[in-house]
Design a protein around this ligand. Sequence first.
Ligand code: CTP
Length: 402
Amino acid sequence: MLTGKTIILGVTGSIAAYKAAEIIRSLKALNANVRVIMTMNAAKFIGETTLQTLSGNPVYIDMFPDSSRVEDSLTHITVSNAADLFLIAPATANIIGKAANGIADDLLSTTLLSVGNKPVLIAPAMNERMYTNHIYKHNEKKLRISGIKFVDPEYGKLACGDEGDGRLASVDSIVQHVVNALMGEVVSDLKGKRILVTAGGTREHIDPVRFIGNPATGRMGFALARTAQIRGADVTLISGKTLLAPPDGVKYIQTETADQMRKFVLDSFKHADILVMAAAVGDFKPQKTEKNKIKRKGALRIDLEPTDDILEKLGKIKKDKIVVGFAAETNNLIKNAKSKLKKKNLDLIVVNDVTQSDAGFESETNIVKIIDKNNNVEELPKWTKEEVSHRIWDRIVKLVKK
Ligand code: CTP
């Protein structure tokens, strides 16, 4: 989504500087080129090597470097020339004060002054008393009047232990603002659409301490939900148990068993325009769940019965809603996926070979093929799950337009 865009990320000396690492990863997942400038104080909070490795670019710190460093006397100009957008996250009261008053006394403030009329986004992070100080407010207002946009901080626990306004906005929200600033038209292509996404794996309890499950982490479904939300959709995410935090602005329902998931999905489907079923729903459940822990005494036989196929059921009642399924396969990928597409009456099916490394379960990336009703197969390269998600939404947007 941000292919060809260069974002200059300015990092200043706040405890939230560690979040710069996550911001870089999220921007890179959208294919942006990220170049980092840190203040000397930021370098006390997070390592230069971390940001350099994640961004894949040298990190600039010094205005007047010695020969061992990458900067030169024109770095502030070359870097600002390359920028499509300048993001400062986290931004301290100090950098905001300097920017508001045209002070350029280090590399970051000097580069900021030289960006001209390119978009600038500032995500402040500071103690609430600093954030509500009228001098700070005056500086922020001055910058807003001159066209600089802010990603407002959140209410929450602050570094000093107090609770209040001033905590850096979430990474999702910051990235969303970047995307909005750069790609207004693309972002809104799912606006007004009510989208239901499922994620993660279901669990079927054998007894209170044991269950039948699968290795799904929820990453693919969460990436789909996050990217749909970024593109303007009204998203409901229904997930099996996962350690992932739900994306901001998404309605989130956590479930455990296939039966619970079926109930919530059936309910939410009534209000949805589009369903993407990325959950790894278990196909079998024990005929009965023992109330007490089963004691170990030799071999154990458990009788299983099939769970309902949620997608197949929805395929029968979908009418003009768009329904997309996933297929986790180990062999005969295309043949099996095509037959699932037909049997479940899907508009698209996304198939992955779960035996491949860097694909499917427990992986940051995925290698998938998207098959449509006309049996066209689109093969995607190894992409992050965010990139795969965007491609799936691109395909769905085309179906919506038809
Ligand atoms: N699915 C579902 N309900 C189930 C099982 C699967 O809705 N009880 C959905 C999955 O979320 C996925 C699609 O059906 O979108 C295909 O799931 P997959 O596990 O690949 O295939 P199955 O239909 O379960 O068939 P099989 O396990 O025999 O390959």
